[in-house]
Design a protein around this ligand. Structure first.
Ligand code: MN
Length: 259
């Protein structure tokens, strides 16, 4: 019986492919292309949520897509458990304070007016939503190794002129990442003078927040909480940061930079 079903399915797939319908079948079932998914994620997270409930964005790639740099189990726990908890606690804190109709960006920008729970969980939701989009599967494989993952175009030029070289930029960014005591984030931002700047924020604060010492528009952000790397890297945060350069989504960073 099982065999029969498999055969039927195989026949169907073969016929569909022969008829040139294979692509049509696939594209309707997945529905959307990569950039549509991305822009939906932005709407879902940064805008005012329709029913006043923020929701966990889908990852724009599979849990194992960032292997070997970030392992599947870390991605599952980090996205499904940690990020989900920030979303749930943010919704709860907003409901308790009877706050509605505010976007996540506005919450961050005026965070001093809100409770600590809104600050921590709103920051957590914003930072992680940005973090997932800020990464992409590495393009280098065993067969086509090591095309270096470096920023091109305007952002590449700006990084080179601000930090002398891309390699110098990476060194400075890594130093900052390692300087975070306890939990926090490392960022590349555009500061109020329109200059690129590397800095850090504690806990789930971010550079949009009015309470933050580091202020500006985030271009890339790296989660240096232990939950982001401990399963694979244990206490070796430097190795995690070093690996992360392979999966930074510079196209996404360029969009943020040029907007
Ligand atoms: Mn995290």
């Amino acid at each position: 019986m099982k065999e029969q079903e498999n055969n039927n399915r195989r026949d169907f797939l073969k016929k569909a492919a022969l008829a040139g319908a294979g692509f049509a079948v696939l594209s309707t079932s997945f529905g959307k292309n990569y950039s549509d998914v991305h822009s939906e994620i932005s709407k879902m997270n940064l805008g005012i949520p329709e029913d006043n409930m923020f929701t966990l964005p889908l990852l724009p790639y599979g849990y194992d897509a960032l292997e070997p740099y970030i392992d599947k189990q870390t991605m599952e726990l980090h996205h499904d458990k940690h990020h989900q908890a920030y979303v749930d606690k943010l919704n709860k804190a907003l409901a308790e304070a009877k706050i509605s109709g505010v976007s996540l960006e506005d919450i961050c920008k005026n965070v001093s007016k809100y409770s600590v729970a809104v600050r921590n969980n709103g920051g957590g939701h914003y930072n992680h939503s940005m973090f997932w989009k800020g990464m992409k599967p590495s393009s280098s494989t065993v067969l086509a190794p090591a095309s270096p993952n470096e920023p091109a175009g305007k952002i590449g030029d700006a990084i080179k002129s601000s930090f002398d070289s891309f390699s110098n930029f990476k060194t400075k960014f890594a130093e900052k990442s390692l300087s975070v005591f306890g939990s926090g984030w490392a960022w590349l931002i555009i500061n109020k003078d329109g200059k690129l700047e590397i800095g850090t924020t504690p806990n789930q604060d971010n550079p949009l927040m009015d309470v933050s010492e580091l202020k500006g528009k985030p271009i890339i952000g790296l989660d240096v909480w232990e939950h982001a790397y401990y399963l694979k890297y244990q206490n070796k945060r430097a190795d995690y940061v070093n690996s992360w350069w392979n999966i930074v989504n510079w196209e996404e960073a360029a969009k943020r930079f040029e907007k």
